[in-house]
Write a protein that binds this ligand. Structure first.
Ligand SMILES: [Zn+2]
Length: 440
């Protein structure tokens, strides 16, 4: 199908991203990449310079926005999860990340906030429009302390600093400020900081706080000095989440330790939660084996003797999962804004595109209505990535990042989960995917 620069999607039902039911019998008019008008068919008038696409029975909604991905280009199994992703040459990983970004787009994800070196350059590649890709809102690598969650400790410090995927090490106020400035110089749209551990290896513990309040505050102040820069903060325990909120971080990633008091503060401050539920709830099922599933590692991790004999049994894993669900539900009940972020990190464990769809389904499974999950994945995610003035809703003036669906996405989360229902995907008003095949 060929679609002109100016076109109208007619007789469609519009799901605008604000959370209401579909509005039937509408026309969505796009001119030069932007939504020009959304109006009832009764008011629609055909114009000579506008191509008409009659789409009776179809639904139009904003493109999905995944607020947390790692286009890392790595391939790994559970046994060597972090080793696998940085042992390959950087160029191999960079090339593979193009495929990863394109897989997102094929599942209706028209924009994604990325934490990896690759994102800084994928962003430019797709903007050139020589090959199709989503908008990559780039963080570059996240700031991690030496020995922090994104420091892949199985390799030497220098090797990780040079070849790391997701993190650069910065310690103390001065290095944090310097790193933020360096990333902004490379074109980072947002800054990621790892405030707590994340259980990638035995001494990277969820319950440890990794940055001081002073370091976090320096990071946020420096990032916000360049107006519009969002700070996303990995925080997995109450102390780290609370500190991140007080330091002014814009979004909390994972955040599986939120009680009512903390949720109330987040709601007051407008701090957005990106719960990455699919990953967190399944962490001890799919990623870090517990109980009988624990196998000897091919090479020993650095470990803490005092923790060595604490075995994580299945009950521990299930307790962690239910705490994550509880934290999400508390945040939701207290009115915290919640965005969709899949934390797709490497294949084959998390498949690009599919994992975003799984996160959408998880938001509904653990407590959102399907309409609420659509708002999370569009409007709220656009706020989480600092792009709500451009994308996230079907409204005049916004960029025409649009999905045309065969079924009503508000009725059942499986409609969006099932890629067969995505008929057309427009990026900046350009038909980019038709039935899972790139259109240019
Ligand atoms: Zn992540």
């Amino acid at each position: 199908m060929k679609v002109a620069d100016n076109f109208a999607l007619t007789a469609v039902s519009v799901v605008d991203g604000h959370g209401g039911p579909p509005v039937d019998d509408q026309a969505v008019i796009v001119r030069d990449g932007r939504i020009d008008a959304v109006l009832p068919m009764a008011q629609y008038r055909r114009a000579d310079d506008v191509q008409e696409l009659a789409l009776d029975g179809h639904y139009v909604m904003p493109g999905l926005i995944d607020a947390h991905v790692h286009l890392s280009g790595g391939r790994a199994q559970i046994d060597d999860q972090e080793i696998g992703v940085i042992a390959e040459p950087k160029l191999m990983r960079a090339v593979r990340s193009v495929y990863e970004a394109q897989q997102l787009l094929k599942r209706g994800v028209t924009a994604a906030r990325d934490v990896s070196w690759n994102g800084l350059y994928l962003k430019r590649l797709f903007f050139e429009q020589q090959i199709p890709g989503p908008k990559v809102i780039a963080c570059g690598p996240g700031l991690t302390r030496t020995g922090g969650h994104a420091d892949l400790h199985q390799f030497t410090h220098d090797y990780v600093q040079e070849n790391g995927v997701w993190g650069i090490m910065a310690d103390g106020r001065d290095e944090v400020i310097k790193s933020v400035r360096m990333l902004l110089r490379e074109g980072a749209d947002a800054i990621k900081v790892f405030a707590s551990g994340g259980d990638n290896w035995p001494h990277d513990r969820n319950h440890d706080v990794h940055y001081s309040f002073e370091e976090l505050q320096a990071c946020v102040e420096e990032a916000h000095r360049q107006k519009g820069t969002i700070v996303m903060c990995h925080a997995e325990n109450r102390e780290a989440i609370n500190m991140a909120v007080d330091a002014g971080c814009d979004t909390i990633e994972h955040g599986e330790d939120i009680d009512e008091e903390l949720a109330a503060k987040m709601a007051r401050n407008g701090t957005i939660l990106v719960p990455t539920l699919q990953l967190i709830v399944n962490w001890y099922r799919d990623f870090v084996p517990v109980g009988d599933a624990v196998q000897p590692k091919p090479r020993p991790d650095a470990f803490l003797y005092r923790d060595l004999y604490d075995s994580h049994d299945e009950a521990f894993g299930e307790q962690y999962s239910s705490q994550a669900v509880q934290s999400f539900q508390t945040a939701k009940a207290m009115g915290v804004k919640i965005a969709l972020g899949s934390d797709t990190v490497y294949e084959p464990l998390t498949k690009y595109g599919e994992y975003s769809a799984l996160e959408f389904r998880a938001l509904v499974e653990y407590g959102m209505t399907t309409s609420e999950a659509i708002t999370a994945a569009t409007k709220t995610s656009s706020e989480a990535v600092g792009m709500s003035h451009l994308i996230g809703t079907v409204e005049p003036g916004k960029l025409a990042d649009l999905l045309v669906l065969r079924q009503d996405p508000t009725q059942d989360p499986m409609v969006l989960y099932n890629a067969d229902n995505i008929y057309l995907t427009f990026c900046d008003g350009k038909l980019t995917v038709q039935d899972g095949i790139f259109a240019w």
